[in-house]
Design a protein around this ligand. Structure first.
Ligand code: CMC
Length: 428
């Protein structure tokens, strides 16, 4: 017999099925709760709500485990590449050589954007935040591919492979063009290069001087992007699924994902970490004063804590090591890394952080790597968005391909005024 669980409400028992995931995670299926009992569940912030069934990514936050389609992140980091991991997340399997090469070619061929879009950049002030530009541009991109952004699932799915490769490619071009526009520099067109090599070229080459990657920046960036490729139902991915659930096309859905990623509690944390480390450094603090302020609730240790990880985020462990080797190969000694290490050590020993299970997350070391590569701080969250694109695409596909998927429409507990009579304006 299938497993069930019982909810007792005002002396009456109600039975609900228990759903079990392949890794043993269990959920009480309360979809019929309201119709059976008149009650709904209340879970502000969704800390305890399974919003979907998904085959893409598994996280065991208690034990610091992250796997994409069953493959541990540590193995992917050691052996895979961003584009291969993107294919794994999107299509479910590690690709054969010929498929990966075909995907790479597809991405390469789609690197430039329609010249009509170049003029869109002129409409933004140079003070515009790159995330605002990125989100607008990704949505505008749909307008240039009307056949791929019909909001008719069958039609949009018929073009899915093309759209996925196109978005993974063009998000990087738009990011680089955003930076160039803000700096008042001419756009650099994509070249026949690797994914990250091409990005660095479009960011930093000049008409009179080709960017030379002599410190392994493209490799470090590839690892950074791969480690951001997917992370199950985080704020931005849930947003993508929410938008997709209404039938919206992939361009519109990922554009919404960029907006959700922007905030400092989510992707914006990678900018906030560097700003925090710089402030600590400028104040002549070794980190200990900041830790005390965080414990008193006067500051937040950015890059620390996670809704799901109650252990060390495995991505932070990999990025911490990568930060050291990047700094070594670039030949700089960044005092911010020393401060980060001190903060980490203090936090891992301090009861405030230990009792709340607050550990470094993916954003804690990533900024040090990006900074060493020469990416400006304002672009950090855009870099996160480039990395997260495969995860957003994979989650959109999961919704679009599921004939049973329903529009996401949570309920609420209304706490406002009860019925009142309209008061004419001269009597208020
Ligand atoms: N510094 C100091 N105290 C913290 C921190 C922190 N970074 N994070 C959580 N706490 C405290 C929090 O004040 C609360 O204390 P108390 O129980 O005394 O009220 C306790 O720890 C539990 O925190 P919470 O706010 O209930 O946790 P949450 O799951 O709602 O929030 C979080 C998770 C990631 C938003 C939060 O930890 C945070 O704001 N961290 C800093 C921002 C950050 O690094 N964000 C990136 C997250 S990982 C990548 C991503 O998703 O993009």
């Amino acid at each position: 017999m299938d497993k069930t669980g019982t909810i007792r409400l005002e002396k009456e028992n109600f039975e609900f099925p228990i759903i079990e995931g392949t890794e043993g995670e269990r959920a009480l299926d309360t979809r019929t709760l309201r119709s059976k009992t008149g009650c709904i569940t209340f879970d502000e912030g969704y800390g305890n709500t399974g919003s979907c069934l998904s085959d893409i990514t598994f996280i065991d936050g208690e034990n610091g485990i992250l796997r994409h389609r069953g493959y541990p992140i540590e193995e992917l980091a050691a052996n895979s590449s961003f584009l291969e991991t993107a294919m794994l997340a999107i299509y479910g399997e590690l690709p054969h050589k010929s498929c990966l090469n075909a995907f790479r070619q597809h991405v390469r061929r789609n690197a430039s954007i329609h010249t009509g879009m170049h003029s869109h950049f002129d409409g933004f002030p140079s003070s515009a935040h790159p995330m605002a530009i990125l989100s607008s541009m990704l949505n505008s991109l749909g307008a240039y591919y009307p056949g791929m952004s019909t909001n008719n699932r069958e039609q949009d799915l018929a073009h899915f492979d093309e759209t996925a490769a196109l978005l993974i490619s063009k998000v990087r071009t738009i990011a680089a063009m955003t930076y160039r526009m803000k700096m008042g520099m001419p756009f650099v067109y994509p070249a026949d290069m690797s994914y990250t090599g091409n990005f660095l070229h479009m960011m930093f080459s000049e008409p009179y001087r080709q960017y030379v990657d002599d410190h392994g920046a493209a490799k470090a960036l590839d690892l950074f992007l791969m480690l951001h490729a997917d992370h199950e139902q985080n704020c931005s991915t849930s947003t993508v699924r929410m938008v997709a659930s209404g039938g919206a096309n992939l361009f519109a859905s990922v554009s919404a994902g960029v907006c959700a990623l922007w905030g400092p509690s989510h992707g914006g944390a990678n900018m906030a970490v560097i700003q925090m480390l710089e402030e600590i450094h400028a104040a002549g603090d070794d980190g200990s004063r900041f830790i005390e302020a965080a414990k008193k609730g006067e500051a937040k240790l950015m890059g620390f804590g996670h809704r799901v990880y109650k252990n060390y985020d495995p991505r932070a462990r990999i990025l911490g090591k990568s930060a050291e080797s990047v700094l070594e190969s670039v030949g700089i000694k960044d005092p911010l890394l020393d401060i980060a290490r001190k903060l980490e050590q203090a936090a891992l020993e301090d009861d405030y952080f230990v009792s709340r299970k607050l550990y470094p997350n993916v954003d804690f070391y990533s900024g040090i790597i990006l900074k060493a590569i020469g990416i400006p701080v304002e672009m950090f969250t855009v870099m996160f968005a480039i990395g997260r694109m495969p995860g957003w695409i994979a989650n959109w596909k999961e919704i679009a391909e599921n004939p049973k998927s329903r529009i996401h429409r949570p309920r609420q507990i209304y706490t406002g005024k009860t019925l009142r009579e309209y008061v004419p304006i001269d009597k208020r």
